[in-house]
Design a binder for this molecule. Structure first.
Ligand code: ATP
Length: 413
């Protein structure tokens, strides 16, 4: 097996000081206990690609929770244990390491979660989704500095290929179909030809995946820098319509994702979800919501977007009319409309989100009784009239507002 002595230097150079300290401590503890530990999966792939590694995933040939407990105590870090999975996360003060007991997995039924057994690093690599994720890097022991690459991940990295480890991979776990498109888009890779054929053959296995698991993978996709790339690919592969026949994605909708990032960068995480359902017609919306296990807020936004597409403000509607329609809807739905609608509706939704919704009169409720408005319900009504007048440019200054309020109060007498 080829040694990669430089990988450890690359790793240490790429990590912030706090991570280096935590990792050094971990290696020290593992050495004392004679436990072999490996950097595994995503961070190894990213290091080999000269990308900054994300989470530090460490596989432990032994009890990961026990080792993590000692690390947390020695380095004064927090620990979250997942006994069922034999994993633990140690974090705090800029350090974050995920530890997992190396394990083998057997799939008793397609789509079901596998049965896991503590095992060797080799078995742990063989259970993984793609060859480029099936590499480990020994952090201690005799093999320290060595790259373990039993599935040819390095060659696939060099060739830019996403390849499964065996022919039944997508049948065992069809979420890998969604994952393949995600890695392909993220890394600018290509799904290797035989893997592509297996993926297409096994699309029906997506039906074995629970809505919660589909949701989790889609949520990860939506966290990518340009999720539309993976979604377009999933549409081309036929995976979206297999999830639900009315789920579609095309380059126009992809462009709307890009627009959303430009106009509402802080809204993307909520507004991507209704956008995913943009092309779903009314009769199917509830079934899509169920299939994707949308949360209540995501589902409300998807429904609201449907509703708004049929009942958007009329062309030429005044700002106050526009605001009264959009104010009643979840912001995520209006952002989605601002990104994906065309013509006047897109402009109205955009104007509402960036301007109208933050327009407020200078006068406050407390100011109104002195201007002749009796305390109580009338105050709210007058404030709403005032806001509408301000939105429509009928009042600008405080004096304008006072004049309007006095007039309204007189008329109501
Ligand atoms: P990265 O691969 O960069 O860590 P991520 O954080 O989005 O991306 P996760 O979904 O957390 O990836 O997966 C982490 C690792 O766990 C992957 O690199 C892969 O080796 C393995 N893995 C995750 N899900 C599966 C799966 N369904 N089947 C097999 N292996 C998986």
């Amino acid at each position: 097996m080829p040694g990669s002595p430089k990988l450890i230097d690359k790793l240490l150079a790429s990590l912030p000081k706090e991570q280096v300290n935590a990792l050094s401590r971990l290696i020290e503890l593992a050495n004392q206990r004679g436990t072999a530990i490996y950097l595994v999966g995503g961070p190894v792939r990213d290091l080999l690609l000269d990308l900054l590694p994300g989470d530090l995933d460490v596989a432990v040939e032994g009890d990961a929770i026990d080792l993590a407990t000692h690390l947390a105590a020695a380095a004064d870090l927090r620990i979250v244990r997942h006994a069922r999975f034999g994993t633990a996360t140690v974090s705090g003060d800029g350090a974050h390491i995920d530890l997992a007991t190396a394990r083998s997995e057997t799939y008793e039924a397609a789509g079901a979660l596998p049965t896991v057994h503590p095992s060797s690093i080799d078995d742990d690599l063989h259970r993984r989704d793609f060859t480029v994720n099936a590499m480990a890097f020994a952090l201690n022991g005799n093999a320290v500095g060595r790259l373990l690459d039993p599935a040819g991940g390095r060659a696939n990295l060099d060739a830019g290929l996403i390849r499964v480890l065996h022919d039944a991979s997508f049948q065992d776990d069809a979420t890998r179909i969604l994952r393949a498109a995600r890695y392909e888009a993220r890394l600018g890779f290509r799904i290797e030809e035989a893997t592509h054929d297996l993926l297409v053959r096994d699309l029906p296995f997506l039906e074995t995946i629970s809505p919660a698991r589909v949701h989790r993978e889609l949520a990860r996709t939506l966290l990518e820098r340009e999720p539309e790339r993976a979604l377009l690919r999933l549409a081309d592969l036929g995976a979206l319509r297999t999830l639900h026949p009315s789920l579609h994605f095309d380059s126009e909708l992809g462009a709307a994702f890009g627009r959303l990032r430009e106009i509402g960068p802080r809204a993307v995480l909520t507004a991507y979800w209704p956008l995913v359902t943009w092309q779903v017609a009314q009769p199917a919306i509830e079934r899509v919501i169920t299939r994707l296990a949308l949360t209540r807020r995501q589902a409300d936004a998807a429904r609201a977007l449907r509703e708004l597409r049929g009942n958007a403000p009329r062309p030429g509607a005044s700002p106050s009319e526009t605001a009264s329609i959009f104010a009643a809807q979840p912001a995520a739905a209006v952002w989605a409309l601002a990104a994906a609608a065309s013509g006047a509706v897109r402009e109205q939704a955009h104007a509402y989100m960036v301007t109208y919704r933050s327009v407020h009169p200078l006068l406050r409720g407390d100011d109104l009784p002195a201007l002749g408005v009796p305390p109580g319900k009338a105050v709210g009504e007058v404030l709403a009239r005032l806001r509408a007048a301000k939105l429509d440019g009928e009042v600008r200054t405080r004096a304008d507002e006072e004049r309007l309020v006095r007039g309204l109060a007189r008329n109501d007498e």
